[in-house]
Design a protein around this ligand. Sequence first.
Ligand code: HXC
Length: 524
Amino acid sequence: MAVSSEKSGLDKLVEQLRELKAKAYQGGGEERIKAQHQKGKLTARERLALLFDEGSFNEVMTFATTKATEFGLDKNRVYGDGVVTGWGKVEGRTVFAYAQDFTSIGGTLGETHAAKIGKVYELALKVGAPVVGINDSGGARIQEGAVALEGYGLVFKYNVWASGVIPQITIMAGPAAGGAVYSPALTDFIIMIKGDAYYMFVTGPEITKVVLGEEVTFQDLGGAVVHATKSGVVHFLAESEQEALQITKRLLSYLPSNNMEEPPYMDTGDPADRDVSGIEQVMPTDSAKPFDMKEIIYRIVDNGEFLEVHKHWAQNIVVGFARIAGNVVGIVANNSNVLGGSIDVDAADKAARFIRFCDAFNIPLISIVDTPGYVPGTEQEYKGIIRHGAKMLYAFAEATVPKVTVIVRKSYGGAHIAMSIKSLGADLVYAWPTAEIAVTGPEGAVRILYRREIQNSSNPDEFIKQKIEEYKRLFANPYWAAEKGIIDDVIEPKDTRRVIVNALSMLKNKREYRPPKKHGNIPL
Ligand code: HXC
């Protein structure tokens, strides 16, 4: 009998535990969950359920709550303190996550909330697994004063410590105002959902109006479209919350769990030696005509699958992840459809950031080149094309992962170097027979080289035309550069995939070391 009464005692405790957990799982309660759904948003737990393999999520610090007493917070404590934290499996691999719960004290960040995110980071760093943050918050919890700001400091510190060690992905699934935008900005990738309920800015429309007299809507100031197309803050634009979580999973499938691992190999079924005949037809025979470089990428990579990063921003350069013969690669390519494929400040920032991510996480880099140079003019010079352009040079020269370059058409001047050449550290540089490699384009070169002759010529136009033809004969082909050993081979376009596969296979065990240092100083 004693046993059964003991059992019933335990049963009671378990029942109590279940009640408490049910309360914790309720977040801010039914009304607020309803309000969340009415805004078209999912709750933190619904989001986590979509992210993780079914039943695999393990919550930590479920019952943690605020220690603050000011403004009646002690009378209104909620389990979880406005954030759900833990780990689980995403397609079988361990991933840590925190999801801010807007239904619970507005998902605001106070001391305990921050400590919970810190806990996730500590564990993720110890075991070497990615962190996904789902942000939906009113920002710093006003009642907790400067302690809340300390909380942000803690999160930022972990973001930075984890940078280059474990991949960090943020989903913007609600508001983010003020300093709250900076944790996302410190992570590797931001995925943002389109719609009125989602925005991020340092200073909101009200203050913008008071300070600048400028009237702007929440969306025009900090909506997903603005950040994906204009500011470059957002890497992936999602049509819905469900899509944001799908993008997260797809992105994770290309990434190693940490900087000590290789990215995950996958048997894609696409033959390594597949001939890509017809690929050259994507490119117009007239080298002045633009084309969509992505059509070239799709034909080279496994099954045409390419996860483009920053798809809507700085479209003159294309960056993203793909697999070639099952191995993950990072692709950096110029797109002549936008600004003729020239490199401006945004394109340089976009490429440099991507290159550094790939290098940190052991992802080989493939450059596909068709660029006439850096963008000229006062606008770009005033914006600091010197400073920004230098980032690409820095990033490629710094990278120790395998680096393979294929020049398909133009490769001129500083941009030729910035797309990864031999002397900068590229392992192998190939060119199609259509490649043009020189210090500057024919027109500009002739005007500089023959300035005096042009002035003295009785027929300057004819003289220029003739000299341009001469210049093109010399440089508008890959052979002059090949004779100088600047490129390793001229290849038939149909062999491009096979050539890259062989290069990457040879480079698989590449080891390259740099002089020891605390860290470099990339021109920011
Ligand atoms: C405390 C907050 C809060 C905050 C929202 N709430 N923001 N509580 N501190 N910062 C509470 C609300 O009182 C409300 O509680 C609940 O969260 C939901 O908020 P609502 O206003 O009802 O929701 P909504 O109408 O959707 O508006 C969302 C919002 C608005 C636009 C985010 O709440 C807002 O403007 N909040 C303030 C944003 C802000 O200024 N944050 C500080 C930014 S500076 P009840 O109990 O009624 O449900 C910052 C510094 C970080 O974050 C520094 C890092 C360096």
